[in-house]
Design a protein around this ligand. Sequence first.
Ligand SMILES: [Zn+2]
Length: 50
Amino acid sequence: MAAKKFWRCNVCNDIHYGVAGPEICPTCNTPNAYVEITEEEAKKVMGLTK
Ligand SMILES: [Zn+2]
């Protein structure tokens, strides 16, 4: 079973957590827009770090 990772849409900054990023962003409908990011970067984007 593959490890889950964080993915970020490079168009609208939507964060997805899973084995792979969505083929099409559910927020902005851009295909193949997701790039893999670190958990730390995901928390920053989501505003969870201070
Ligand atoms: Zn998007």
